[in-house]
Design a protein around this ligand. Structure first.
Ligand code: ATP
Length: 641
């Protein structure tokens, strides 16, 4: 279901809460009154009215006077200036250090993370107030130095929070999508990571400001802040405490604004947190899944790779050779080789956990779970991308684009989709680097029209959560097309969609391929998708390629028992009334891979030879590869499925 209602902004949601409105009201009033004290204060802060010493509130002195007959309201307003300045200085330092180091530590990881977290841990161990007092003894009366020091000492709290948030956000698919779209690290951090944390940063800033107000007042109370006779809130409290026997009232104007300000900052933090939670809770995910029943189509004959690598095929658009990927030091994909020709669609098939997605992401150098490409070549358009961050950055988005199975999480929830598309358009605009806003918008509408979005103008203004699953996937595809890629990698692009939408998306992909001539590498566990879209297919099992052939041959005569088992278990191809056969057992986890054939434990043809040693890929017939010791027998038997 689409919702067109506009989500109110964070400020509107905060102000809607009584506590938020009251806190903001007080803080705005206080800031305006103290910043403009020269106009708002009835008298000068040092003006004495010796006839009105320690007087209570009156028409002449709304909040009374102190022991020298000075107007308390005026001293309060002028004294508030130093409090405001102190909060601003400490906050600025706190925010700059906390945000930059928190983001860098979480996003970059490695030695940067190590260094930042160790330094933050060390700073946490330092007694902050003692350090501030030491600074004040070195720079007597210099409140600026004290507040900057306090900002530095407070920043590890923010660093830790932002680091842990960034660690989570960097694994989000929309961040991977932004990388694929070719955005640089700083662009991703600025546009996709930081906005997600804005509310959290504001909450922390409000709470830190409350602490700064009390610390600054404490310093003033001790006579370490503004030098008498200049007013400060802490100084006013000190004066009041000295005269408490003679005029207890003085404590009220001296202390109450301080208390209200600290409470207001706390309430503001709470209101922002609640408003942010409310904002996030309106997003929803895509609809449930289903299947489509397409008809098989003929396959195109293309060159096949060879076991162990061999030379990449010069005619191929993408030549993957001997690709190995490790996650947490454990190999999850081993020795994978295949080619994708220009304009061709290659399907990568297999059960869950066989390494299809990791292979696809490995091509883009985006291995999940902190893993890495441990070996092999990924030659795209004649250039080896493996191990070359610069080349990967160059081709992502404009050479190779990526569409994931969860369109909703591939799109940044904090921006309207049109803005995300425009950003990608501007990023990839080759002819005119300074693509104007209007030109980018025209291209956005063109892209949305290409993916058959009705009313593209309206859709461009919507947030991802306002789109249905199918619409969001179309937008994700439009985003991928923004850079005119030569190869589109689509990882289960229809899995999260319902059955009619799946068919629409498949039709769209086929149409776009015919229109643009791009090659497609599609990851799927659905033979229907393979039959409907693909020219050739690679079957993966337990991190290896076990069979590779053109789709028609594979459907007619699978040359690996795993392929045969998968095809037999395919609900689309089963005869009516037959019970669907299943493959017994499950895919072994990477750490449990046996030394011999990895499918042996589930295979009906297993013999001693299967478990004896690793099984190599062989080519029993031209342009077909299989990793089975019984492949010749399967061929001779020639029993079509
Ligand atoms: N983020 C991760 N952290 C740790 N291990 C992972 C991670 N992602 C994948 N793996 C492991 O890598 C192996 C291959 O996973 P992959 O997601 O590529 O399988 P798949 O065939 O694409 O399955 P699916 O269809 O479920 O996505 C699996 O053993 C999986 O446990």
């Amino acid at each position: 279901m689409n919702t067109t209602a506009k989500r109110p902004g964070l400020l509107a949601r905060v102000v809607r809460r009584p506590s938020g409105a009251a806190a903001i009201g007080w803080l705005v009033l206080l800031t305006a009154a103290t910043a403009g004290a020269s106009f708002t204060a009835p008298r000068g802060p040092l003006d004495q009215d010796l006839g009105q010493v320690l007087a209570g509130p009156s028409g002449g002195h709304l909040l009374g006077t102190d022991n020298l007959g000075r107007d308390l309201l005026s001293r309060l307003l002028f004294g508030g200036r130093s409090t405001l300045l102190a909060v601003a200085e400490a906050l600025l330092v706190y925010l700059v250090i906390g945000t930059v180091l928190g983001l860098a530590s979480g996003y970059l990881g490695g030695w940067v993370d190590w260094l930042v977290t160790r330094t933050a841990d060390l700073m946490f161990a330092l007694p902050g107030i003692i350090i501030v007092l030491v600074v004040l003894s070195v720079f007597p009366g210099n409140l600026h130095a004290a507040m900057i020091t306090f900002g530095v000492l407070g920043s590890p709290g923010l660093i830790r929070i932002l680091r842990s948030q960034t660690l989570g956000i960097r694994e989000e698919l929309y961040v991977a999508a932004a990388k694929v779209a070719g955005l640089t690290r700083s662009q991703i951090l600025r546009r996709h990571v930081l906005p997600r944390m804005t509310s959290m940063v504001i909450v922390q800033a409000a709470l830190f400001a409350a602490i700064v107000v009390t610390i600054q007042a404490g310093l003033g109370f001790l006579g370490l802040g503004a030098q008498p006779p200049n007013p400060s809130w802490g100084g006013l409290v000190a004066d009041a405490s000295q005269n408490i026997d003679r005029d207890p009232w003085m404590l009220v104007p001296a202390g109450i604004p301080l208390v209200i300000t600290v409470i207001a900052l706390g309430l503001l933090g709470d209101a922002i947190r609640d408003a942010a939670i409310e904002g996030w809770s309106v997003s929803k995910m895509a609809a449930p899944q289903g299947r489509t029943v397409p008809a098989p189509r003929s396959a195109e004959d293309t060159a096949a790779p060879v076991e162990g690598g061999g030379e990449p095929d010069a005619r191929a658009l993408l030549s993957v050779r001997n690709l190995s990927v490790e996650i947490g030091g454990i190999p999850v994909v081993q020795g994978v080789s295949f080619d994708v020709m220009a304009g061709e669609t290659l399907g990568v098939v297999g059960e869950s956990g066989c390494g299809k997605s990791v292979t696809a992401l490995g091509v883009l150098g985006l291995v999940p779970g902190g893993g890495r490409v441990a070996g092999g070549q990924v030659v795209f358009d004649g250039v080896d991308l493996a191990g070359s961050p610069a080349e990967l950055a160059r081709v992502r988005g404009s050479g190779i684009a990526y569409v994931s199975q969860e369109p909703m999480v591939a799109l940044d929830p904090t921006f309207p989709v049109g803005r995300q598309l425009a950003e990608a358009v501007r990023r990839h605009s080759r002819t005119d680097r300074r693509t104007t806003r209007a030109a980018a918008h025209r291209r956005v509408i063109e892209l949305l029209t290409m993916v058959n979005i009705p009313d593209p103008e309206a859709v461009a203004g919507r947030y991802p959560h306002q789109l249905s699953g199918g619409m969001a996937q179309r937008v994700a595809i439009a985003l991928a097309l923004a850079g005119d890629p030569k190869l589109l990698i689509a990882d289960e692009p229809t899995t999260a969609l319902d059955v009619t939408v799946q068919a629409e998306i498949l039709t769209l992909l086929r149409g776009l391929q015919a229109e643009t001539g791009m090659a497609v590498l599609i990851v799927t566990h659905d033979w229907g998708v393979v039959a409907d879209l693909c020219h050739r297919s690679v079957v993966m099992y337990a991190g290896q390629v076990v069979e590779q052939a053109d789709v028609e041959s594979m459907f007619t005569l699978p040359l690996h028992p795993y392929t045969a088992g998968l095809l037999a278990a395919n609900p689309h191809l089963a005869g009516g009334g037959e019970s669907l056969p299943t493959i017994p057992g499950t895919v072994p986890a990477p750490r449990d891979w046996p030394q011999g054939c990895r499918f042996a434990a589930r295979c009906s043809r297993v013999t001693d030879a299967c478990a004896a040693a690793p099984v190599a890929l062989t080519r029993p017939v031209t342009d077909r590869l299989t990793r089975c010791v019984h492949s010749q027998q399967l061929l001779v038997e020639g029993t079509p499925r």
